[in-house]
Design a protein around this ligand. Structure first.
Ligand code: PLP
Length: 387
């Protein structure tokens, strides 16, 4: 017999501070534990299950592909990978996609594209600027890109040639590009792990223009903000800008591991034969699932996402226990007056799965959560933050 919680502590690497809950099944935004307790999911497994647990359309796409072919290798063509890449190109205006298996790997690809673009064109090594409080992943390069010292400690030496600037301060970027040969700036439109902080629109637009006039690549990390999360297919699309590289993962696969590095016109051919690769990247099952997700993120659906986000904000923003609400669409951060640990424990004990980001409550519910599920969850959250 397996004792899930005890055996996890013995046999699984202790990298996660888990809640004392073992989930066994779910449908949409409702999950059940091994003790048959019901939970409403306000986290989507950190922004992954865009259409909730066991979504029928996604499941059908995945099972149909499983029944045909689960894996080939990248030595052969498969249809789902091409369909997904074409769909992403048509919906973003970016040109070519490299598929990987996670957000960190999508960003690794973006970093390699930026370095190689610069080497190819200028014959020297470039620097990449990222923002303080950013989060770009856990591999050594993406950890080095991440602008939070606490993730760096004990993992030195880091990958070199990363510079960090304060968010929403264009003059810092202007100064850095005067002092260093900068090949790219990488941003999140809403910093997720950093505390659900949306960048100012004028800053993002100014950065886009600055990058374009200096032949610096603009990389937008949409691992968390992408795939409908903010009420846009990709969050940058609300800002009237055109990045050179967009990375995504989390919600793209609907629950299966996939990452994507989308490359625009300037860099579509930077990656050449043999310059990058991934054994599992472009896996037909993961891609078939992703096609079923992306094909449903149409304007009507996305406007519902915005409505649900507005509903949550309007329910919470004026409460006594709330200091501030930040974020976009269904990616929201709530600074509570009560200690965040207390708030989260109350929610989980009372059947609502929530997340945190720094010292904020973070909500990333499935995009198709129903209003009645939302109402139930908000009721518990309100009790949790009540002073
Ligand atoms: C989660 C996240 C990553 C890392 O994704 P993994 O799939 O965990 O490697 C990178 N960037 C952002 C913005 C993220 O939110």
């Amino acid at each position: 017999m397996i004792d899930i919680i005890k055996d996890d502590s013995l046999f699984v690497a202790s990298t996660y501070a888990r809640f004392p809950v073992a989930l066994v099944s779910g449908k949409g935004a409702t999950y059940y534990s091994d003790t048959n307790k019901e939970y409403i999911d306000m986290g989507s497994g950190i922004g992954v299950t865009a259409f909730g647990a066991c979504d029928d359309e996604w499941k059908t796409a995945v099972i149909n592909q499983l029944n045909k072919l689960a894996h080939t290798s990248n030595l052969y063509y498969t249809e789902p990978c091409v369909t997904l890449a074409k769909m992403l190109a048509q919906k973003t205006g970016l040109k070519k996609t490299f598929f990987s298996n996670s957000g960190a790997e999508a960003n690794e690809c973006a970093i390699k594209v930026a370095r190689k673009y610069y080497e190819d064109k200028y014959g020297k090594q470039g620097y990449i600027i990222t923002l303080k409080n950013s989060f770009h992943g856990r591999t050594l390069a993406t950890l080095s890109a991440t602008g939070q010292d606490k993730f760096h400690e004990l993992f030195n030496p880091l990958v070199s040639n990363f510079l960090h600037a304060d968010a929403n301060d264009l003059s810092q970027i202007e100064n850095l590009i005067k002092s260093y040969p900068v090949c790219a700036v990488m941003i999140e439109i809403v910093q997720g792990e950093g505390g659900v902080n949306a960048l100012d629109k004028t800053y993002v637009q100014g950065l886009d223009a600055l990058c374009k006039s200096n032949d610096i690549l603009l990389i937008v990390d949409e691992v968390q903000t992408g795939n409908g999360r903010t009420g846009e297919l990709y969050a940058y699309q609300a800002f009237n800008i055109m990045p050179d590289v967009v990375t995504t993962a989390k919600g793209l696969g609907g629950g299966l591991p996939i990452g994507a590095c989308m490359m625009g016109e300037k860099v579509e051919n930077v990656l050449t034969f043999g310059s990058h690769g991934s054994t599992f990247g472009g896996n037909p099952v993961a891609c078939a699932g992703a096609v079923s997700i992306i094909s449903r993120l149409n304007p009507e659906f996305l406007s519902e996402v915005k409505k649900k986000g507005d509903y949550i904000v309007s329910e919470l923003k004026n409460l006594d226990g709330v200091e501030s609400v930040s974020g976009l669409g269904l990616m929201l951060g709530i600074k509570t007056k009560k200690p965040i640990k207390e708030v989260v424990n109350y929610c989980i004990e009372n059947g609502v799965l929530v997340l945190t980001a720094k010292d904020k409550l973070r909500l990333l519910p499935p995009l198709n959560i129903t209003f009645s599920e939302l109402e139930k969850a908000i009721k518990v959250i309100k009790e949790a933050i009540k002073l």
